[in-house]
Design a protein around this ligand. Sequence first.
Ligand code: PLP
Length: 461
Amino acid sequence: MDGNLNSNDISKIVEADRAHVWHHLIQHKPFETIDPRIIVEGKGIKVWDQHGKEHLDGVSGGVWTVNVGYGRESIANAVRDQLVKLNYFAGSAGSIPGALFSEKLIEKMPGMSRVYFSNSGSEANEKGFKMIRQIAHKKYGGIKNKILFRERDYHGTTIACLSAGGQPERGAQYGPYTPGFVEVPHCLEYRNQYGVCEEGYGVRAAKAIEEVILREGPDTVGGICLEPVTAGGGVITPPIGYWETVQEICSKYDILLHIDEVVCGLGRTGTWFGYQNYDVKPDIVTMAKGVASGYAAISCTVTTEEVFELFKDDSTDPMNYFRDISTFGGCTAGPAAAMENMRIIEDENLLQNTIDMGARLVSNLNNLAEKHEVIGDVRGAGLFCGAELVTDRKTKEPLNEKIVQSIVGDCMQQGVIIGATNRSLPGLNNTLCFSPALIATPDNIDTITDAVDQALTRIIK
Ligand SMILES: Cc1ncc(COP(=O)(O)O)c(C=O)c1O
């Protein structure tokens, strides 16, 4: 850890933090008696806190972000070199890293064509929603403007994204919401809502979307926004047949498919994008977190050429283009970092590592499930795994979330950071989340699951 920080400096920093920083997604009352956590340094898959304590980061910066790990000098250098050449110009003009990164990104996304830059996952999704709305106005007299979202999915923190959010605890008290967003049921087979499904649970769950479309009126539904694998809503891997049926439904009713790759994008599931695990062709793909692994703020809304064409097909109409701007979408640090991030994923063969280490993580978690009855279900795709905790395997009664949090806390004591669903779903914040950097080694994976084993042994009697 940084040798320049002495204990005097650190206590000043903690006091400044306590006095002035409003941390994200956390209750501050406890900070009146305990110190807020400050992460001081990171290297590879490890981070060090203000006390110099080392942690193995099993959640890539807390929220699935630092895909290539900490301390990458080559990314820092690429950003530095770009900043001294040109740090910024508004996105109505192009930039060298913007053009080069777009070309490299589109190479990995057959069928997609155009990249719109902004800064956060929420913002990227808002752009997608605006595109769907503008298309509704252009093509369908404004009528086909509803956007479907799925129970348990999350698309961001702005009011429109919360209006498209399937996690009631994230949205509560922030209404009134934006009209025109309609919920469809979740697709978590472990909590099957339909009983025996002859066609298979995946097809049944997708058909539930069709039921909503028919109820709302297909001529009023313009788009659907879905996570390829639901993240904060409990690491929900789609059941067999689900995505293929969703695709058929979208084609049948002329509904734009917007896939939110904010978590899965850039390798998390072992493919460049989560949707590439399934037979599906999106119209709009959004991405953020792993795009530059947190070395710079960048998000992208990527569309097909067909979608893009709709915004330039009549140049005599002064309103016929995407009248949107993101000031910081013109920052060049984002694409400069993102290009180097992609190079690292390729040169270090991190997609294959993600597949191999993800298989080891799932296998270790399944072994733990044999030992600990409290693990009701293990789910995962690549280095994106969850273990749902229940008090009774038959009734699937969720484990009390205070106990879930104490398991996370016990791992933290052991120097291993894991996550859990957090203020998402009333009574169902009971899934442990694992998403180490794509550079994870077999030892790292075993250390994570050993910590969980010890925590469960200590806490669950
Ligand atoms: C699937 C998904 N979409 C969108 C977002 C919002 O991204 P941001 O926090 O960058 O706005 C998140 C954040 O966790 C997410 O998990």
